[in-house]
Design a protein around this ligand. Sequence first.
Ligand code: NAD
Length: 498
Amino acid sequence: MRTIQHWINGAFTPAGATRTAPVWNPATGEQRAEVVMAGRSEVDAAVTAAAEAFESWGDSSLTLRSRVMFRLRELLVEHEDELARLVCAEHGKVVEDARGEIVRGREIVEFACGITSALKGDYSDQISGDIDSFSYRQPLGVVAGITPFNFPVMVPLWMHPIAIACGNTFVLKPSERDPSASTFVAQLYADAGLPDGVFNVVHGDRDAVDGLLDSDGVEAVSFVGSTPVARYVHERATATGKRVQALGGAKNHAVVLPDADLDFAATQLTAAAYGSAGQRCMAVSAAVAVGEAGDALVSTLESRARAIRVGPGHDPATEMGPLITAQARDRVASYVSSGAEQGADVVVDGRGVTVEGHEGGFFVGPSLIDRVEPGMEVYDDEVFGPLLSVVRSRDVDEAIALINANPYGNGTAVFTGDGEAARRFHRGVRVGMVGVNVPIPVPTAHYSFGGWKDSLFGEKHIHGPEGVDFYTRAKVVTSRWPRVNRPSDSELNFPTAQ
Ligand code: NAD
């Protein structure tokens, strides 16, 4: 059995861990590896290595840092296939989908290549008599990232390239369910010339997370995962004075107005609901069918869902892979059951789907449930699987009110040909990322990613310009170089501009 080790100070830790966890192949249901689980001592070792590395990395030139990022970018291109197959093997998503997350994550590295522009300060010449003022931003020190299973490459890449390009050193605690991608990227960093200790990976669960949250050596924490854990991380890490951004779960609604191109909308919703088996924080899980759009939309969605080819992610014919674990599969199936029990119509039932030759895999088929309402578990909870609920709504204002009453506020979309309705929608919804005829409005690297309400705890969105702000602190210098022999104008009164 292969053992996946921590990566600390530029090397894998030696064998001998006391606690391990299984890593599954979700397509077969077989264990493919075990991963070591960090306790306080491993976390402390990683934080110490990062703190020592910060002494020189924090003082390195921006040019050097951006060169490392350029090399990392090239290595991510060169190793894309290998990395995508590794993600497929541990996560289960189809290889092409895994490539998609690598490409989107690489865009953050491309943004980080331009760190010299992103970190430009301001300068005011002669802001007072013989006085100049200028500002710049400095790194924080050691920062930590804690990431979920569903994007084992992209979500960590939202964090560490920006943090490291800003001059910080990093300790990543990836999901213990698909940990290999993170140590793979750690090796690419080493090949790109990143000094030892700047990027470290510790594996584990709550023990490792608590170790990072409580560590005096960690200045800031970026977290992405479910809402209960995001809330916990935010509370515990802010209690020890850390800067925190904690991105949580989601319930993303896509509203389809009667004037929309229904065929186009159904195609887009099918991809957004069932891609990656619905295990995306920006997956559409509630389709809000407005007025007469309802019946036609449901019938088109039904035929699309039934046509999806379910199978192992490495098979090029597969469109949708398995769930991450047997528990996740059973949980999704239980929501189909509860939806039916609570009065919704099960249009497509994915329970009990099996894949020939992969009978032990964690598969559930695409599921579609109509006439779902708030108060039903399938609507109120984040299902995080290939289950699309259809909610009927009278008009766009009722749809906006429905979305605003939901505790989550990650992403949403509207499908319409009416510009006024689209504008009313994007201005009116209390959601951080909005698509107009775009079902998964994940911002590109030059914007920042983040939800509202229970989808984000903290002030700063992740990556892009807000990521640069998050990983740095501002300094303003007021500077005077008086001419020799000039009389001093110092007074005891508070200084004002001259
Ligand atoms: P999770 O919350 O179970 O785990 C996330 C991380 O927290 C993992 O590293 C895990 O080891 C750790 N963790 C789990 N339980 C913990 C606990 N009790 N105490 C401390 N740490 C703990 O999430 P997941 O199942 O890996 O990922 C799916 C969730 O992530 C979904 O809710 C999804 O919406 C969310 N997500 C959100 C975004 C976003 O940008 N908002 C992006 C991706 C995923």
